[in-house]
Ligand binder design. Structure first.
Ligand code: KG4
Ligand code: ZN
Length: 375
């Protein structure tokens, strides 16, 4: 690979959840390439992550303020062989040690998805091993069963049991789901316009803070005053469990256009804190409504879970933990490095699907759109 200046290699290391391995332990190679990360991981059926590597394209897209699909697809092609080889080396395994191959088959930027999917198909066919077509959202949804921690990210590491109530918030999606089992998702609420991650990214861009916006706004918000600017809380006075974030984003635009004050660090920190407080209030309001629906009451999920890139947000994690406790539920979230896109979540979803026999039997066409409740 000759693109080191454009890609950042991150060795995510290993995660030892369960020291025991037995003769029936299986190893899954998982590949993720649906957006701007080329990632691979080797995970075993005892919830151990043997190795996990991500090639992030952030430097490639930063100057455009967002992901450029064509550039992303090309960067995946440059990284895919290297990332798979390095992941095998880091685990001390050869390709013949792999029992299952899993890759994201959608939803996502189709050029990137095709790169990872074709690589996985080639590997599985040459090894004559089961191939699993993983729904990227299912990767996010199931990763708390590989490893979950408390709100501060420092928990013991455990596994979430079905059924659970899931807040899935990423750059492309924002949904409340009841997770009944592998492949069984019930949609309780969803955004009518932007996702939460998109709102973070757009507000960051307006403030000239860079991409991806979520982590930057989160960091600024920690030292800002959340009461200085008044952002709307769309739909919060309405029944139901759906979200709308475009109003918050438009309010940010209007406030900045009308602003006559100096835009210094304090202004930016307070703006980020006020914006983030509005997003947190919307999430908690909608989750509270969700807990009150007949379907959730009857299903009685014990755990409230947050997943997806936005699950890294410190204020969202803390507010959701308080909300869970108030409703007699346990709160769980993946460790920070398993929230944003990664190969380990795809390998784990591969193992969970393999256990129920959901393996590829005929050619699969990757899908740019693939809602979870269509699984
Ligand atoms: O799940 P993900 O890696 O990619 C998609 O599947 O979309 O999520 C990326 C999103 C981006 O919008 C990013 O700004 C957001 O997650 N994000 C955060 C934080 N870290 C990443 N949003 C809020 N606070 C964070 N700390
Ligand atoms: Zn994602």
């Amino acid at each position: 690979m000759n693109s080191d200046d454009k890609l950042i290699r991150i060795d995510m290391g290993s995660l030892q959840s369960n020291a025991e391995t037995s003769a029936d332990t299986v190893l899954c190679l998982g590949i993720e390439s649906s957006c701007d990360e080329t990632s691979a991981a080797i995970v075993d059926s005892n919830r151990n992550v043997l190795s996990h590597i991500i090639y992030s394209q952030i430097p490639e897209h930063q100057k455009y303020g967002g992901v450029v699909p064509e550039l992303a697809a090309r960067a995946h092609i440059l990284a895919i062989d290297t990332v798979v080889k390095q992941t095998l080396d880091a685990a001390g395994k050869s390709i013949n040690d792999i029992d299952i191959v899993a890759a994201t088959a959608g939803p996502g930027l189709i050029g990137g998805v095709l790169v990872g999917w074709m690589a996985a198909t080639g590997i599985a066919q040459s090894l004559q091993k089961p191939l699993i077509a993983v729904n990227h959202l299912e990767g996010h949804a199931l990763v708390p069963r590989l490893s979950a921690t408390a709100a501060d990210g420092n928990g013991e590491g455990g596994s979430v049991e079905f059924p659970y109530l899931l807040m899935l918030a990423s750059g492309g999606h924002c949904q409340i789901l009841l997770v009944h089992n592998v492949g069984k998702y019930e949609l309780i609420g969803q955004t009518l316009d932007d996702s939460a991650g998109e709102a973070f990214d757009k507000v960051s861009k307006m403030l000239g803070l860079g991409y991806p916006g979520g982590p930057i706004v989160d960091k600024r918000a920690r030292i800002g005053n959340p009461e200085r600017f008044h952002f709307p809380r769309p739909l919060c006075d309405k029944p139901g469990c759906d979200f709308s974030f475009s109003g918050i984003k438009t309010a940010a635009r209007i406030m900045l256009d009308k602003n006559t004050e100096e835009v210094n660090d304090e202004f930016i920190n307070d703006f980020c804190a006020s914006f983030q407080a509005a997003v947190v209030d919307c999430i908690i309001n909608r989750l509270t409504h969700a807990m009150d629906t007949d379907i959730v009451r009857n299903t009685k999920p014990k755990t409230l879970v947050v997943a997806g890139g936005v699950a890294k947000n410190s204020a969202i994690r803390a507010a959701m933990e308080t909300c869970a406790t108030k409703h007699g539920m346990i709160f769980a979230a993946p460790p920070m490095n398993l929230c944003t896109d990664n190969g380990a979540m795809i390998a784990w979803a591969g193992i969970e699907n393999w256990r129920i026999g959901n393996i590829v039997k005929e050619p699969v066409a990757p899908r740019p759109r693939w809602p979870l409740n269509e699984l």
